[in-house]
Design a protein around this ligand. Structure first.
Ligand code: SF4
Length: 764
């Protein structure tokens, strides 16, 4: 009996043979080296690994397809400008297995869906285009031309272009992303949801409103020179590992680091730099000077308590606030202070879950320093009040004048190598009119000004059959989004689902009536076109655009680049009604960049600037105290405490990554920093909460969430006692995305609230 679309979307509910040990209190070191070597030996050709290692994140080399941590502008490490998880990322892409007709003849979609995400991901690189016709059980090979025409037929058969959804994952380069949005807009819609809708959209909203740019203001050099770095709701040890090197440099320069996180993550405790033999032999560097075990979503309360005490100091002694900066560069101070005074310090501190002792340690560091940088990630952005979280952080930096000067500012750390670049070159469902006007001026067609679907809107539209075609440029949509069962039904309603991917993932198995898989070149592979070997470009978390050029020969001759796929689909869909010569772009990407230079601010002389070994910085007003806000100043804001309440037997759950994971890619089944081996269906619980529920270590439990009367279930998880605040718990995604309600998202930004889900935990 064939499994349903919903069942195919869920990771198998296997009862795993877990091994649990004490969490690590040190990170990287020999363990990091061993883990990297093990990945290479298991999945790669060693010669390729050395070739790639020598070029990864090096000037003139290729950009790591992992996170968006910047490379040093100056000296790059000759020993290797990469981390363990960077090696895992290339081992995934340059794995020496490929899959094509024979594989798909052997394995039905149903059978593949019964595999774990780890097994699916390790089945090999996709080697040729595949098609699943309606009612079929197995994918069949298809030619590129037929495949493009099939997409064109489906798109042109729709009653409106708004019935199609065009998703982008953060791996897509600037060139492919720019052409993709151009095609979608010429086709006639703005339905351009992307992965930043699910991660830093709240950062973009809050920062655009308060500082006039939706990106961080600091450079890597600022981090080295900061007096104080607050790392909030972020786990750099796993998600941005080279950030630890920057924090180590900051500490060597006398800086202090504070980690604010419900979990005592190993990377925030100690870092053993594998490139420093002395550190390797002497146990590394302590990273956090103060660890703040905050309760989940206790951030506004914590920062409001800090602001209240700073205000008290300012009113008593003065000289605490940077009055000159506030006077000259900000707006809204009086209203902000008036609102702040309506709060009670003790209530805020209690709501944060932080002890007075720890609070005072942090307070003293903030009081006595001016060069302050605040870094954050999903721990602040995936809540219903995410925009408030980030605006409150900005309020603190404005009071201290810690914006737009050396060693100070905002630092939202992006999790995917070009997620910021995609947005910069136009992947945005709510693009500003000025950008659309530039498109019209340049290409002679009028793009739709109607805002398109974000990720959450797109899922609802597909579920309500308002959208009938889903096109995914990279990514693993079904495993990345919340509310897995509902989202699977939505994809199942489509006439056609298409995925442009390097390797197999669960989204290829949760299909519309018809489905296509387009295998594309990876970041590590050479991209040959008519004009020769092509260069592409990406933008890192700090707004530096740099080039990337593949090193290895493609693993299959049937692969196309993302640029070629977009041009092929555009040509087959728009045919001669297009005003654009799509096929010329794929022959020479310099032509794409010449157009970007005309349409996107900051890219003038793009091709020339891209030849600079370290690339070039995009303009950033907040970095130079030029705030392009509605007031022309940096805006103080008024933020509320979150108002959710847990019912008696409920806990608040946050979804997290394991150390062997990058977004939805599962590199392995171990999470050595948290002491979990050989499994992923675990729930990290506070030991008092376990006791109150009569639960033992490794006891099998079922998880359940209820939201607006809808019950969602996730069975067969094992309990792991952990140092996590009371009433808080943590699980890995995508396993528990099924519990995250689609309707629970950040106001204004619509980022899914995957870090604050109320659940119950019951013994099986
Ligand atoms: S820190 Fe991020 S970008 Fe750098 S090598 Fe590691 S995964 Fe890649």
């Amino acid at each position: 009996m064939s499994s349903t679309t919903e069942e195919k979307a869920l990771t198998p509910e296997t009862i795993e043979n877990l091994k649990i040990s004490k969490p690590a209190i040190n990170s990287v070191g020999f363990g990091g080296i061993a883990a990297a070597v093990s990945q290479v030996s298991k999945y790669m050709n060693v010669a390729d690994a050395f070739k790639l290692g020598a070029k990864m994140n090096q000037k003139g080399g290729f950009d790591c397809p992992g996170c968006a941590w910047p490379d040093p502008d100056d000296e790059r490490s000759s020993l290797g400008e990469f981390c363990e998880n960077g090696i895992k990322a290339i081992a995934e892409e340059a794995q020496n297995k490929t899959i094509g007709t024979e594989f798909f003849n052997k394995h039905s979609v149903d059978e593949l869906a019964s595999w774990s995400d780890f097994e699916i991901g390790k089945s090999g690189r996709l080697a040729e285009p595949m098609f699943l016709t309606e009612g079929a059980t197995h994918y069949q090979p298809i030619s590129w031309e037929d495949a493009f025409n099939k997409v064109g037929t489906h798109l042109n058969a729709l009653d409106s272009p708004d019935e199609a959804v065009f998703y982008t994952s953060g791996r897509t380069t600037n060139e492919a992303a720019f052409l993709y949005q151009l095609f979608v807009r010429e086709y006639g819609t703005s339905n351009l949801p992307d992965c930043s809708n699910m991660c830093h959209e709240a950062s973009g909203s809050a920062l655009s409103e308060t500082l006039g740019i939706g990106k961080g203001s600091v450079t890597l050099d600022d981090l080295y020179k900061a007096e104080l770095v607050l790392v909030v709701g972020q786990n750099p040890g796993t998600n941005h590992p080279r950030m630890l090197t920057a924090l180590e440099k900051c500490k060597n320069n006398g800086g202090k680091v504070v980690a604010i996180n419900p979990l005592p993550e190993a990377g925030l405790v100690r870092f053993t730099n594998p490139q420093n033999p002395i550190k390797l032999l002497t146990g590394g560097t302590q990273i956090a000077d103060v660890f703040v075990p905050i309760t989940i979503n206790g951030d506004v309360a914590f920062f409001k308590a800090i602001l209240l005490k700073l205000l008290a100091e300012e009113e008593q002694k003065g000289g605490v606030f940077d009055k000159a900066f506030i006077e000259e560069f900000t707006q809204g101070y009086d209203a902000f202070i008036a609102d702040l005074k309506t709060y009670n310090f003790d209530e805020c501190l209690k709501a944060s879950g932080v002890s007075e002792t720890v609070f005072n340690q942090v307070f003293d560091l903030i009081l006595n320093n001016e060069k302050i940088i605040i870094c954050w990630a999903m721990g602040l952005t995936q809540h219903e009040n995410a925009v408030d979280n980030i605006r409150e952080v900005v309020n603190l930096l404005l009071l201290k004048g810690s914006i737009g000067k050396e060693g100070a500012g905002t630092c939202p750390v992006r999790g995917h190598s070009n997620v910021q670049g995609d947005r910069t070159v136009g992947i945005f469902e709510a693009a500003p009119q000025a950008f659309l006007d530039k498109i019209e001026e340049k290409y002679g067609f009028k793009p739709s000004a109607k805002h398109g679907y974000s990720v959450i809107d797109a899922i609802k539209a597909m579920h309500e059959k308002k959208a009938k075609v889903f096109f995914g440029l990279g990514g693993n949509f079904i495993s990345a989004v919340p509310d897995t069962t509902y989202s699977a039904q939505a994809l199942g309603n489509c006439n056609l689902t298409v995925h442009v991917s390097t390797k197999l993932n669960r989204s290829h198995l949760v299909t519309g009536k018809e489905a296509l898989i387009f295998p594309c070149l990876g970041r590590t592979e050479k991209d040959y076109q008519k004009s020769g070997l092509q260069l592409q470009s990406v933008e890192n978390s700090m707004g530096v655009v740099s080039s990337t050029k593949g090193v290895l020969e493609p693993c299959s001759s049937a692969l196309l680049s993302e640029v070629a796929v977009v041009c092929g689909v555009a040509h087959a869909t728009l045919k001669d009604r297009s005003k654009i010569n799509w096929l010329q772009y794929k022959d020479d990407y310099n032509l794409v960049r010449e157009d970007i230079a005309e349409v996107v601010d900051g890219f003038k002389d793009y091709n020339t600037k891209l030849k600079q070994p370290s690339g070039f910085y995009l303009p950033n007003g907040a970095r130079i105290r030029k705030f392009k806000t509605t007031t022309g100043k940096a805006n103080f804001s008024i933020n509320k405490l979150p108002n959710w309440k847990l019912k008696a037997d409920e806990l608040i759950m946050m979804t997290i990554r394991s150390h062997d994971q990058f977004n939805t890619t599962i590199y392995g089944l171990d999470d050595r920093y948290r002491g979990v081996y050989n499994g992923r269906r675990v729930i990290f619980m506070n030991r008092e909460d376990m006791q109150e529920r009569g639960l033992q270590e490794q006891q099998l439990v079922n998880l359940q969430s209820e939201f607006n009367g809808v019950i969602r279930k996730a069975p067969n998880f094992k309990v792991v006692g952990y140092d996590i605040p009371k009433n808080c718990c943590a699980t890995y995604f995508p396993e528990t995305n099924v519990l995250v309600p689609l309707d629970s998202f950040a106001h204004t930004a619509k980022t899914p609230a995957s870090k604050s889900v109320s659940i119950t935990v019951k013994a099986v």
